[in-house]
Design a protein around this ligand. Structure first.
Ligand code: AMP
Length: 429
């Protein structure tokens, strides 16, 4: 098979790494890729923001399966363009990707299909939004309807903060068209959890549980990032919660979106709040999470390609998935200053010693190859160091031992990834 992966972060390196191990792969392309991906795939410079150009490449090269990493091309309809060329794609069409692309659509979808979520109202008019704030209890959550790179959500503790958020999104248009419509939502309390499942439009294969860390500093301090680490399994998502999420959320979502004429083929992420009244949906994503993929795929024993291809072709009935018993921990190494301003071009040393290691994989995110063949930093999040271990403690120890061996000027990473769950046995899957 000829496979194309779209994207160039740690998520795409993890996908390309696992796809490369498949016996069914003859050629692997990844665009734009990064320095790590370029070691295992051809990286043609396609503009993923131009779905027509990608579809053209897919048709010309005879690509059998395209795997789309990021949400933006999916929301813009890259899958539709590839399907129109008669080629298979892992990732939902624009119609199904609205579950992530529009928060107003996804909340109204949940209401239509009785999927548990916080109470809400949708506003196109700032005056009406302000009136709603005046008559409802705080805290309230104000969300931009469209994609805003994870920055379009404000948890407002006071009415003043809620009004400021509406002002910023709807009047000052801080996120452009993404804030033309806003959702104002009840604030939910409990523990957050993520859930990933692969679906062919009707059948569902849940992936192993995992947990990511979004804040830049230890103890969940500082601003949000694209993710600073993750671990798997996530012990708070036990069998009972998983069953409930499949029955009350994932099943009705997959059936509902198909009934509305947009069968969903790809990976569905559900962000949940485990409230005292049961799991409630915070959001959907229509693709793999970045740090999560870097712990999920190293735990996958089976070949990834038949799983992705079967979902893309709409028939998962023959696919069986096996997982390793080992736990996995991923620590993200970022540039100094990230998620604010940071410098690029720092030389990264001591990466070679991890080549061929079974228990440690270093996934590249913001990296590029320098003129002398050396690897240099080229982004905010630079590397994801994933280690396996017999339990979370062991995996954590292995990941930090490896992370401490890699150096580049200004490297920063969290020291508390999986710290609070270390020592708990990985069962419940
Ligand atoms: P979202 O992009 O909708 O998942 O929102 C980003 C983050 O905001 C979530 O991961 C939660 O931490 C928080 N959040 C979103 N909606 C709510 C809500 N209704 N109640 C409490 N926290 C929320």
């Amino acid at each position: 098979m000829k496979i194309l992966v779209i994207g160039g972060g740690g998520r795409e390196h993890a996908l390309a790494w696992k796809i490369r191990q498949s016996r069914s792969v003859e050629e692997l392309f990844c665009s734009p890729g990064n320095a790590g991906i370029a070691e295992i795939a051809d990286c043609p410079p396609l503009a993923s923001s131009d779905p027509d150009a990608v579809a053209e490449f897919v048709a010309r090269q005879g690509i059998d399966l395209t795997v789309v990493g990021p949400e933006l091309p999916l929301v813009q309809g890259i899958a539709d363009k590839i399907l129109a060329k008669g080629r298979a794609v892992f990732g939902p069409t624009a119609g199904a990707a609205r579950l992530e692309g529009s928060k107003a659509f996804s909340k109204e979808f949940m209401r239509r299909h009785k999927i548990p979520t916080g109470d809400f109202e949708v506003f196109d008019d700032a005056e009406a939004a302000m009136r709603y704030i005046d008559t409802h209890e705080v805290p309230l959550v104000v969300k931009a309807d469209g994609l805003a790179a994870g920055k379009g959500v404000v948890i407002a503790e006071t009415r003043e903060q809620a009004r400021e958020a509406v002002q910023k999104l709807m009047i000052q248009k801080a996120f452009g068209g993404a804030g033309r419509t806003v959702v104002i939502e009840e604030c939910l309390f409990g523990r957050e959890a993520s859930f990933f499942a692969i679906t062919d439009g009707s059948r569902v294969i849940p992936l192993v549980t995992c947990q990511d860390y979004k804040r830049i500093y230890d103890d969940d301090k500082g601003p949000n990032t694209g993710g600073m680490g993750s671990y798997s399994p996530a012990l708070h998502l036990d069998r009972d919660v998983t069953r409930l999420v499949l029955e009350k959320v994932v099943g009705p979502t997959i059936r509902g979106i198909a009934e509305e004429g947009h069968p969903y083929r790809g990976v569905l992420y559900v962000g949940l709040m485990l409230t005292k009244d049961g799991p409630k949906v915070l959001e959907y994503n229509c693709r793999f999470g970045d740090p999560e993929t870097q712990v999920i795929l190293p735990r996958l024993k089976s070949d990834l390609v038949p799983l992705l291809a079967a979902a893309a072709h709409g028939d998962l009935s023959q696919v069986r998935v096996e997982w390793r018993r080992e736990a996995a921990v991923c620590v993200i190494l970022a540039s100094q200053g990230y998620p604010g301003h940071y410098q690029k071009g720092k030389k990264i040393s001591d990466l070679e010693s991890f080549a061929g290691r079974q228990d440690v994989v270093v996934f590249h995110a913001g990296t590029r190859t320098g003129p002398g063949g050396e690897i240099r930093t080229a982004g905010g999040r630079v590397l994801g160091v994933t280690a396996l271990g017999r339990d979370i403690s062991q995996a954590r120890e292995n990941a930090y031992a490896a992370a401490s061996q890699i150096t580049f000027s200004g490297a920063q990473y969290r020291k508390d990834i999986a710290a609070h769950v270390a020592g708990v046995a990985p069962d419940g899957e």
